[in-house]
Every structure is written in C-alpha cells, then in structure tokens.
Design a protein around this ligand. Structure first.
Ligand code: ADP
Ligand code: MN
Ligand code: MN
Ligand code: MN
Length: 339
C-alpha cells in the first residue's frame, strides 16, 4: 500500500485591492508529516493569480506552517500555509509575511501579543443569508448575540467552523452573532504577530471551504449592505509586556499618541473600501479622525474598561476592516508602537 499524505497548500494571491486565498492539493509520499521540512517546496502558475506575467510565470510555494486537516479526521492529511517566493528564493512582492517576519524579530523582546476579531457576512447567492427576497429584515437591534431562527442565520456553519478550527489546533478564542443579521465574528489570540496572522488566514480558508458544503459564501467586504446596517471590521487588540505590567496604562497612552501621528499610514493598510465603513456611525470613528478613549466604541482606539481600572492590559484598534491583511496590520502596529 502506498503511504501518502494529502497536503492542501494554501497561499495568498496578488489580487488588488484585496488579496484572496488560493490552494491546491499535493500528494506527499510519507506516513505522516512530522515537521514542516517534510513538506517540499512546490510551484504554481503566477499568471493565473495576478502574481506574474504569462512568459515567466512559475512561482514558488514555501511551506511555513502545517496543521492537521480538520475536515479529514482519522487521516494524516494536512493544511499547509505557504509563503510565495520568486524563482530565486527571495520573497515575492505579494508576500507580506516576509516583511512582518523581520519586524517581529526586531520587536520580540517586547513580547507583543495580538488578538484579532474577524467579522464577516454570510451570503446565499447575492443576498445576505436569511434575508427576504424583497425588501429588508427588521432593523438592527435584536441580532447581536441573538438566539432563535428569526434572529440568527447560519449558526450551523459558524459552529462547525469553530469546531474545525479548534480541532486543527488554531487558537480561536470565541465567536458571536453580530449586529447585522447574517453577520458573525470569531476571535483569534492573543498570540505573537506571526502566529495570529497565520492563524487568521488559515481560519478564513476553513470558513470559505466549509461554506462550500452549505452553499454559503462568506464575504469580508467592510460594508456589504449599504445604508443603516453595520459594517464589518477586524478589531485588532494589542499589548506588549510593559503594557501588561503595573503602570502599563502609561505605555498604552504613549502608544496611542504615536498612533495619532501615523493615522493615515495605518488607514492605508487597514483594508480596501474602509471609507464606506468608517463613517462615524455604527460604532466607528470617521476615517479622517483619530481619537482614543476608555470604553468608547465610537473611537479609533478603545481602551477597555478593565485595562483602565487595572492600570494595565491592552488596547483595541477599531479601524482595520474585515478584509485587511493581518500581516500588514501587525507589521505597521509594531513599526509604530515598538519601532
Ligand atoms: P470586544 O468586546 O471588542 O467584542 P472580543 O472579546 O470580541 O472583544 O475580543 C477580544 C480580543 O482581545 C480577543 O481576540 C483576545 O484574544 C484579545 N486579547 C485579550 N487580551 C489581550 C492582550 N493582553 N493583548 C492582546 N490581545 C488581547
Ligand atoms: Mn468582538
Ligand atoms: Mn464585533
Ligand atoms: Mn471589538
């Protein structure tokens, strides 16, 4: 009997303004994968993923992390997260993980932790899941953390996804139904910058893949329904060792002042179409404004009440959109706060 592992190689493409996930399956001759070095480099056609021209289109996939494939229990099959490399082995321009690697190494002594809140919206065809054929559901108010088939759409997928993430060893730490019907959230962390970003991308891949089984697609568009409906974000919670120690609130306030100086640079990498979401309504601050405050969900940066009370902890950057690239978000946060 041939001993093989089916390895799903996952990478991020070069679509603009928002990169998307791609994957393809490689049969690896092995009984099991015991280290990332058991997974060979592979190649793909970059001209089909907005990453290369037609003539010299081969790019490299370099495995950086693997997980047991939670959709194939009882098999040695794995999910493999890859960085995209040029044929000479240098990082490709679309590879945003490589720059984060360098920055994270420089900042490692400060022990940065990130926790990401990934919001998303489930769609069936061209309508949010469970929305009526014509017109709109009842206005927002009862849906956030709701229960009951008139309030909540898609829970079966949401629960299956959470279970799959945990079975795969991803550090998911919670889920909730969001303010707009068919809108949901899961949280990952707290983790180091590379871990949290890798795990967010892998959790996104699982969400899309599992949606196929249900005929449901998930979108990360920051404003999937125009009008009086909440947008979709990726709140980024952050702390360093000195923020988590007594007196850390002073370090947090100093960080907020640094973030004020670099507001525009951050907005640049906080996701496309975010201007539709950061309006000043629906628990956001306008995109042109920077303000921070304790417990203030209309601010750019919220200092949780518990952090203010204890004088130490973490802060929440509420600006990143759901479709942000966590490698870029973590990189700029580290550059601004620790750099
Ligand atoms: P919210 O009240 O904003 O909805 P959530 O409970 O959804 O908050 O998310 C809180 C996030 O904060 C989680 O992702 C968690 O991992 C993260 N978090 C908790 N403690 C820390 C910390 N010390 N540093 C960074 N992130 C943290
Ligand atoms: Mn949340
Ligand atoms: Mn939320
Ligand atoms: Mn939040």
């Amino acid at each position: 009997m041939r001993k093989v592992v089916m390895a799903e190689y996952i990478w991020i493409d070069g679509q603009k303004p928002t990169a998307k996930l791609r994957s393809k399956m490689k049969v690896v001759e092995a009984e099991a994968i015991r280290s990332v070095t058991d997974l060979p480099d592979w190649s793909f056609d970059g001209s089909s993923t907005y990453q290369a021209e037609g003539k010299k289109s081969d790019l490299l996939l370099r495995p950086v992390r693997y997980l047991p494939n939670p959709l194939k229990p009882g098999t040695p099959d794995v999910l493999v997260l890859c960085e995209v490399m040029n044929p000479d082995g240098s990082p490709h321009w679309s590879n945003t993980r490589a720059p984060l690697r360098a920055v994270a190494e420089r900042c490692a002594a400060e022990e940065p932790w990130f926790g990401l809140e990934q919001e998303y919206t489930l769609f069936e065809g061209n309508r949010p899941l469970g929305w009526p054929d014509k017109g709109f559901p009842a206005p927002q108010g009862g849906y956030y953390c709701g229960v009951g088939s008139d309030e909540v759409f898609g829970r079966k997928l949401v629960e299956a996804h959470a279970e799959a993430c945990l079975r795969a060893g991803l550090r998911l730490c919670g889920t909730n139904a969001e303010v707009m019907p068919a809108q949901w959230e899961f949280q990952v962390g707290p983790l180091s910058p590379l871990e949290v970003s890798d795990e967010l991308w892998l959790a996104r891949w699982l969400l899309y893949r599992m949606g196929e089984e249900y005929g449901i697609s998930a979108t990360l568009h920051p404003k999937p329904v125009k009008g009086d409906w909440n947008g979709t974000g990726c709140h980024t919670n952050f702390s360093t060792k000195s923020m988590r120690e007594p007196g850390g609130i002073k370090v947090i306030e100093a960080a907020c002042e640094k973030l004020r100086e670099r507001h525009d640079a951050h907005i640049q990498v906080y996701g496309a179409h975010n201007v539709e979401r950061l309006t000043g309504l629906h628990e956001t601050a306008p995109i042109t404004v920077f303000r921070y405050g304790v417990s203030d969900r209309g601010s750019s940066i919220r200092i949780p009440l518990q952090t203010a009370n204890e004088g130490k902890g973490y802060f929440e950057d509420r600006r990143p959109a759901a479709n942000c690239d966590p490698y870029e978000v973590c990189r700029i946060m580290l550059e601004t706060v620790c750099g």
